[in-house]
Design a protein around this ligand. Structure first.
Ligand code: AMP
Length: 221
């Protein structure tokens, strides 16, 4: 299994790029945030437990997250290319992945965006409650305020994209990120991407970085 992890602050665009890579190149994409939100929607025990942390902008405990990602990776075929988006977020999570040879991380990519832009990016995010189409009240506004251009569904805001919770999420990110970067940099598998550019420009550089890495180190299908 070739595992690539996307690192970066909330709102740095990891999810958008991960979805594109999964569509275009067949990567198995796991977004732990999306997985937890799906559990909340289904009303499971895990969802109820996770919600208490998510709504405050805190991290869900490592033991819960490690089990969730390990179970997910069991479903991937051995020669699959995997993208982890939102995991690991702590050093303990990173070490847990690397503790098994089959799930050790090949490449980590940091999405760099100036902090001042993140609050505006996050608090302006909306998505359609019916088809999940993403919007932003300033950067990608819908034609009719509050309604989806595609299906007319009502646009909603994530409960953790309000200003107070966003500030807490960014604090938590800063607290954990240095350790994680240090960990991957010492393993010499950290790449950095300027993520304050257009989606297409980032996508091109990302494909190039990933292809180059795996051409030198492994083979990507
Ligand atoms: P995201 O959609 O990636 O911004 O994640 C939303 C929220 O889910 C985070 O603020 C955390 O509360 C929780 N979460 C997602 N991934 C993790 C993780 N790897 N470790 C701990 N909490 C997580």
């Amino acid at each position: 299994m070739n595992i690539t992890v996307f690192l970066g602050a909330p709102g740095s665009g990891k999810g958008t790029q991960a979805k594109k890579l999964a569509q275009d190149k067949g990567f198995f994409h796991f977004s732990t945030g999306d997985m937890l939100r799906a559990e909340i929607k289904k009303g499971t025990e895990l969802g109820t437990k996770a919600r208490a942390y998510i709504d405050k902008g805190e991290l869900v405990p490592d033991t819960v997250m490690i089990e969730l990602i390990e179970d997910s990776l069991l479903r991937v075929r051995r020669d699959g290319n995997v993208l982890l988006d939102g995991f690991p977020r702590t050093l303990a999570q990173a070490k847990a992945l690397d503790s098994k040879q089959s799930t050790s991380v090949g490449l980590s990519i940091l999405f760099e965006v100036p902090e001042t832009l993140l609050i505006e990016r996050l608090t302006g995010r909306r998505s359609c409650s019916q088809c999940a189409e993403p919007y932003h009240i300033v950067f990608i506004p819908p034609k009719v305020s509050g309604l989806c251009d595609k299906c007319g569904g009502k646009l909603t805001q994530r409960t953790d994209d309000t200003e107070d919770v966003v500030k807490r999420r960014l604090e938590v990110f800063k607290r954990q990120n240095d350790e994680l970067l240090h960990y991957y940099a010492s393993k010499k598998n950290l790449a950095r991407i300027d993520a304050n550019r257009s989606v297409n420009d980032i996508q091109q550089e990302l494909s190039h970085v990933i292809e180059q890495w795996y051409t030198l180190n492994h083979s990507v299908n």
